[in-house]
Design a binder for this molecule. Sequence first.
Ligand SMILES: [Fe+2]
Ligand SMILES: [Fe+2]
Length: 160
Amino acid sequence: MPTKKRARSADDAISLLKKDHEKVRGLLKKLESAADRGDDRAQDLLAQVDREVKIHSQVEEEIFYPAFHEAARTKEENKLFFEAKEEHHVVDMVMPEVSDSAGGREDFAARTKVLKDLIEHHADEEEKQMFPRAKKLFGREELRELGRRIKERKEELGAE
Ligand SMILES: [Fe+2]
Ligand SMILES: [Fe+2]
């Protein structure tokens, strides 16, 4: 009997997005302590966070969020979509200010801390509210299909 290639659950959309969140959480932690110490590596870490967050947000906005919006049945689910989109927008607005070299070490440390809180809050809300809803709204096959599209798009965007 031919062995059918079984899609691993690790490749579904939610697992992929969660993996990105973990990566960004790790970078933010390093960034916070580097900025606190006044370590030069902070700028590098900030650039990495910026890059990861941009690609991640883009695939969510192009692929995952529209699918979620389309599948949303309740007012609450709709609200999750609009709030998530708005939070991306706020991160986009704050990001250039954080990388601004104006101010001293303490200003920079404070800006990175605010950025970290903002991104963590957003990722937590997705994981605690939007993703569990998405699991109910999408079938397993649909989540895998979204995962395939996310993976492909990330490669196009030059994700590592
Ligand atoms: Fe997001
Ligand atoms: Fe996310």
